[in-house]
Write a protein that binds this ligand. Structure first.
Ligand SMILES: Nc1ncnc2c1ncn2[C@@H]1O[C@H](COP(=O)(O)OP(=O)(O)OP(=O)(O)O)[C@@H](O)[C@H]1O
Ligand SMILES: [Mg+2]
Length: 234
């Protein structure tokens, strides 16, 4: 059953909105965390692409990948990505690793210029390039969160955690600066691994708490809220 209290944005990702009982709350900042290759970028791009298709413009700020390369590999999942970009409802912006103030101003200006309703920042881990101590990084993340909150956009902040580590963030503050935390996992199983997603927290809404199996299919990420991790995915 869907929650009716909070306004939601639909992800367009099969199974995902069901996990969140209706979608991401419209003005929330969600930390999307996981180890390398767990599917963070794919999920976040799908979220923006779907938004663009239903008239909600979105921006992907990347601090690590080349935007052209990203568009090329994502077009394998969704060839409409190029026309969505051409339409002006989807933008992939490369953030120069100069200094934090420049980064924050760029994010703010781009959101305003596009009247974006969906935003992705990939990844918050790269913010450490701007600082020499952990307290400054934490302060910057809190500031970024406050700025994004004032824009009233649905945001995915991507965080990276080393494979096998049982924590949610690099700097120990990202999860507190976010309204929600969604973690992606690579779970070892015999000689391979299986993928999973779990909502760790989502303020103000009911959500599933179980590990949900996740697959990367030719059309992108699919989540199976009703399947069990170790039985039905064999
Ligand atoms: N066409 C495809 N079909 C199935 N799986 C794919 C396909 N293309 C990529 N993958 C899988 O998706 C993974 C990459 O996912 P993605 O880039 O979204 O992860 P990520 O969490 O953003 O990683 P990183 O931390 O490196 O940025 C690849 O490592 C691969 O396992
Ligand atoms: Mg990525």
């Amino acid at each position: 059953m869907e929650n009716t209290g909070v306004e939601r944005v639909k992800s367009g990702i099969e199974g995902f909105d069901e996990v969140l009982k209706g979608g991401v709350p419209r003005r929330d900042i969600v930390l999307l965390t996981g180890s390398t290759g767990s599917g963070k970028t794919t999920l976040a791009m799908q979220f923006l692409a779907h938004g663009a298709k239903i008239g909600e413009s979105g921006i992907y700020f990347t601090l690590e990948e080349n935007p052209n390369d990203m568009v090329t590999w994502f077009s394998v999942f969704d060839p409409s990505i190029r026309s969505l970009i051409a339409s002006g409802r989807l933008k992939v912006v490369s953030v120069p690793l100069t200094d934090y103030e420049t980064f924050k101003s760029l994010v703010s200006a781009e959101i305003d210029a596009m009247s974006a309703q969906r935003v992705v920042i990939d990844s918050v881990t790269y913010l450490q390039m701007f600082f020499s101590d952990i307290m400054s990084i934490r302060k910057a993340i809190m500031e970024l969160s406050t700025m994004l909150k004032s824009k009233e956009v649905a945001t995915f902040i991507i965080g990276e955690i080393p494979y096998g580590e049982n924590k949610l963030s690099s700097f120990g503050v990202e999860e507190f600066a976010s309204d929600g935390v969604i973690a992606l996992y690579l779970v070892e199983k015999q000689d391979t691994f299986i993928r999973a997603l779990r909502v760790v927290k989502m303020r103000g809404t009911e959500h599933l708490t179980k590990f949900c199996p996740l697959e990367i299919t030719p059309k992108g990420i699919v989540i199976y809220p009703n399947a069990e991790l170790f039985t039905e995915m064999t």
